[in-house]
Ligand binder design. Structure first.
Ligand SMILES: Nc1nc2c(ncn2[C@@H]2O[C@H](COP(=O)(O)OP(=O)(O)OP(=O)(O)O)[C@@H](O)[C@H]2O)c(=O)[nH]1
Ligand SMILES: [Mg+2]
Length: 415
C-alpha cells in the first residue's frame, strides 16, 4: 500500500506533463500548467521542466504516448547524471492505477497527478479536526479504487479465466494479494470511521448554525487566491490567514458584523479550482454547508488574472454542483489595482480584443452583462470599499425584510 500513500512534498524538483487536445488547445494547456506549477509551488516543489504532447486523448496505459514517455525518461536520466535529481513527475489529469503503475515502471520516480497534489496541499493546510477528517476521507476515497484495480488486475493475470472470474488466481493467491485485500479492508474500515466522525461534527455544526439566530448569512465564495480572506479581514476586522499561495483557507470562519446598525453573519470559506477532485467536494460537505445555507453569496473574482472569465465559470459550475447555484449572489471584482491590458499603437487598425480593454471598458462590459449587480474593488489598496459596504447593506437589508417581514424594526436607512 506504500506507493499509494499521498506523499509529502518537500523542496523537491518537479517535471510537469500536460496534453494538448481538440478540447484543450496549446494556450489552454499552458494556462493549466501555469496553475499546476502554482500548485506545485504551494506544496513546496520547484518546477524545472514541462512536457506537452499533442494527442487525440490520453493513452489508457501511459497517459502520454510511448515516445514522449521515453523522452521524459531520458531527460530524468540526463539530469541525474548531472547530479540534479528529479523528485517527481506531476500529470495535469487524474491517473488510473494502471497508468500510475506503467509510468512509474518507466520513469522510476514519484508520480503525482493534479488530484494527489491538491489533496496533498489540503492535508498540509488542514488545521481543525473537521478539515483534517475531511481531507483524510477524501484521500482514502481517492486511493481505494486505485487499490482495487491493482488487485483485480493481479487476480485476472493469475487466473487467466477471463473477466470477473474472480476465483482462478492460482499462484497469485500469495501474500501479495492478501496484503492488498487487507489494505483494502483497513481503508474501508477507516472510511467508515471517518464518516462517523464527520457525521458527529456535522451534527454539532448544524446545532451551532441553528443557534446563530435570525441573522442573514452572507458567504464569500470564489476561485482560490482571489482575495476572499483579505476582504473578510477588511470587512469584518478579523485576522484570517491570507497569502499568495493556493488554498490558504480550508476552514470556514464566521464573523458577526454590522454595517450601520444592520447585523449579519459573514463567512469566509475554501476556494474552488479547475478539475477539483469530486472526492474532495463530497468529503467537504460540512464545510460547504456554510455556502449551501447562506442567504447571499459574494462571489469574489480576481479581475487581474488572465483567466478570470474561466475561473468565474468554474465557480458557478461548482456552486451548481453542490446545490447552491440559484442563490441570490453578487459579484465582487477584486484586485483592480493589479489589472493590466495591452495598449495598441495608434496606427494599429486590427480589431481590438479583450486584452486591449482598459479597466473602464472591462467594468462597463460586466456592469451591462450583470445588470449593475457587481462592484469593482481593491482589497489591498482599499479602493471602493465604502461603495461595496453600501451595496452589501442594501442587499442584506432586502433579504432580511423578505425573510423576517415582522422583524424590520431593527434598523433605519443607511444614509
Ligand atoms: N494586488 C492585489 N492583491 C490582492 C488583493 N486582495 C488580495 N490580494 C492578494 O491575493 C493573495 C490571496 O489573498 P487571499 O485573501 O488569501 O485569497 P483567498 O481567496 O482567501 O485565497 P484561498 O483562501 O487560498 O483560496 C494575497 O497575497 C493577497 O495579499 C488586491 O485587491 N490587489
Ligand atoms: Mg482564503
Amino acid at each position: 500500500m506504500k506507493e499509494f500513500v499521498i506523499s509529502e512534498v518537500k523542496a523537491e524538483t518537479a517535471i510537469l506533463v500536460g496534453l494538448i487536445t481538440q478540447e484543450q488547445n496549446e494556450a489552454k494547456t499552458k494556462e493549466y500548467l501555469d496553475e499546476l506549477e502554482f500548485l506545485a509551488d504551494t506544496a513546496g516543489a520547484v518546477t524545472v521542466k514541462r512536457f506537452t504532447q499533442k494527442v487525440n486523448g490520453p493513452s489508457q496505459t501511459t497517459y502520454v504516448g510511448k515516445g514522449k514517455l521515453e523522452e521524459i525518461r531520458d531527460f530524468i536520466k540526463a539530469e541525474e547524471e548531472a547530479e540534479r535529481e528529479i523528485g517527481m513527475v506531476i500529470f495535469d489529469d487524474e491517473l488510473s492505477a494502471k497508468q500510475i503503475r506503467n509510468i512509474e515502471a518507466e520513469l522510476k520516480v514519484k508520480i503525482l497527478d493534479r488530484t494527489t497534489l491538491i489533496l496533498d496541499i489540503f492535508a498540509m493546510r488542514a488545521q481543525t479536526a473537521n478539515a483534517k477528517t475531511q481531507v483524510e476521507l477524501a484521500q482514502y476515497r481517492y486511493m481505494l479504487p486505485r487499490l482495487q484495480r491493482l488487485w483485480t488486475h493481479l487476480e485476472r493475470q493469475g487466473g487467466g479465466s477471463g473477466s470477473g472470474g474472480g476465483k482462478g488466481s492460482v499462484g497469485l493467491r500469495g501474500p501479495g494479494e492478501t496484503q492488498l485485500e487487507m489494505d483494502r479492508r483497513i481503508i474501508l474500515h477507516r472510511i467508515t470511521l471517518l464518516k462517523q466522525r464527520l457525521a458527529e461534527i456535522d451534527k454539532q455544526k448544524t446545532t451551532q448554525r441553528q443557534n446563530r439566530g435570525r441573522l442573514i448569512r452572507v458567504a464569500l465564495v470564489g476561485y482560490t487566491n482571489v482575495g476572499k480572506s483579505t476582504l473578510m479581514n477588511l470587512l469584518a476586522k478579523s485576522d484570517v490567514f491570507a497569502e499568495n499561495k493556493l488554498f490558504a483557507t480550508l476552514d470556514t470562519t464566521v464573523r458577526k458584523m454590522t454595517i450601520d446598525n444592520l447585523p449579519f453573519l459573514l463567512s469566509d470559506t475554501v476556494g474552488f479550482i479547475r478539475k477539483l477532485p469530486t472526492d474532495l467536494v463530497d468529503s467537504f460537505k460540512s464545510t460547504l454547508d456554510e455556502v449551501r445555507e447562506a442567504d447571499l453569496l459574494l462571489h469574489v473574482v480576481d479581475i487581474s488574472h488572465p483567466d478570470f472569465e474561466e475561473q468565474l465559470q468554474v465557480v458557478e459550475k461548482t456552486l451548481a454542483d453542490i446545490g447552491a447555484g440559484s442563490k441570490p449572489s453578487m459579484i465582487i471584482f477584486n484586485k483592480i489595482d493589479a489589472y493590466t491590458y495591452v495598449q495598441k499603437d495608434a496606427d494599429d487598425l486590427t480589431q481590438r480584443t479583450r486584452e486591449n480593454w482598459t479597466l473602464e471598458e472591462m467594468e462597463e462590459t460586466w456592469m451591462a452583462k450583470l445588470n449593475n449587480d457587481c462592484v469593482f474593488v481593491s482589497a489591498k489598496q482599499k479602493t471602493n470599499i465604502e461603495q461595496m459596504r453600501k451595496v452589501l447593506y442594501q442587499r442584506v437589508r432586502q433579504l432580511h425584510v423578505q425573510k423576517y417581514p415582522y422583524n424590520d424594526f431593527l434598523y433605519q436607512d443607511y444614509e
